[in-house]
Design a protein around this ligand. Structure first.
Ligand SMILES: [Zn+2]
Length: 239
């Protein structure tokens, strides 16, 4: 009993001590945060532009997929603008070793989607994968972190390895070229043991831009037997 208690107490003490040394800071402006549940201070939160797209079944997210493939429901939490708090958050999540930002934003969206039409029927959450080499360098897949936060709040399973990324699209230039020739579907595959057959899948990524990546992932999921695909991202960028 004692041997179990000591590490717990030490863990709490250490956490408290670290909190004093490194108080949690707003990811956008660096000012101190009032509590642990958000990554933005109040001032930055007021600068965010929530889309509330989850309240409309047909919206500008689903419109981007019209004529391409059926999307059951889709939403992005915030509008993406350069130098906006959400750009800082995404930058931290992708390049500054802050997987916690993805989890916090996932929990935040999860709260909104709990009763949202279309999303509550989703049965399993699948993140867009990174190429394994990139994931090794970064240490985590940012979309999987977002998926984890969503899954916790929505109480739905997350299948982090359901999709595989076969080619490293690497640089933005190469990615753009791939997207232009719309052959990104060759980049993704569904793992043979992925529990998605007959399931309504909620596919998640960090940002929606052209939609080519989400389209390719949704296509392989539907081809592999998913019954429906819905989508959710942290942000939506203008095209
Ligand atoms: Zn701030």
């Amino acid at each position: 009993m004692l041997t179990q208690t000591i590490p717990l107490v030490l863990g709490d003490l250490l956490r408290g001590f670290l909190q004093l040394l490194y108080p949690r800071l707003c990811v956008a402006c660096g000012s101190e945060l009032p509590g642990p549940a958000s990554c933005f201070c109040l001032r930055c939160r007021l600068k965010l532009e929530p889309t509330n797209l989850h309240l409309q079944r047909e919206n500008e997210f689903t419109e981007r997929f019209w004529g391409r493939l059926p999307v059951a429901a889709a939403t992005a939490m915030y509008r993406f603008h350069r130098r906006s708090p959400i750009q800082h958050a995404l930058h931290g999540l992708k390049y500054r070793n802050r997987p916690d930002i993805g989890v916090l934003l996932g929990r935040e969206l999860g709260q909104k989607l709990r009763t949202a039409d279309g999303f509550e029927e989703a049965e399993i959450i699948v993140p867009v994968p990174l190429h394994p080499a990139k994931e090794r360098t970064r240490g985590y897949n940012q979309s999987a972190c977002f998926a984890r936060g969503l899954g916790e709040t929505l109480v739905k399973p997350v299948a982090v390895n359901a999709l595989l990324r076969r080619h490293n699209t690497g640089s933005q230039t190469r990615k753009k070229r791939l997207e232009r020739f719309s052959n990104v579907e060759t980049v993704f595959a569904v793992a043979s043991n992925a529990p998605i057959k007959g399931k309504h899948v909620l596919l998640v990524d960090d940002v929606l831009t052209t939609g080519a990546t989400l389209e390719a992932c949704a296509m392989v999921l539907l081809n592999a037997g998913a019954s429906r695909v819905s989508m959710a991202t942290i942000a939506i960028a203008m095209q």
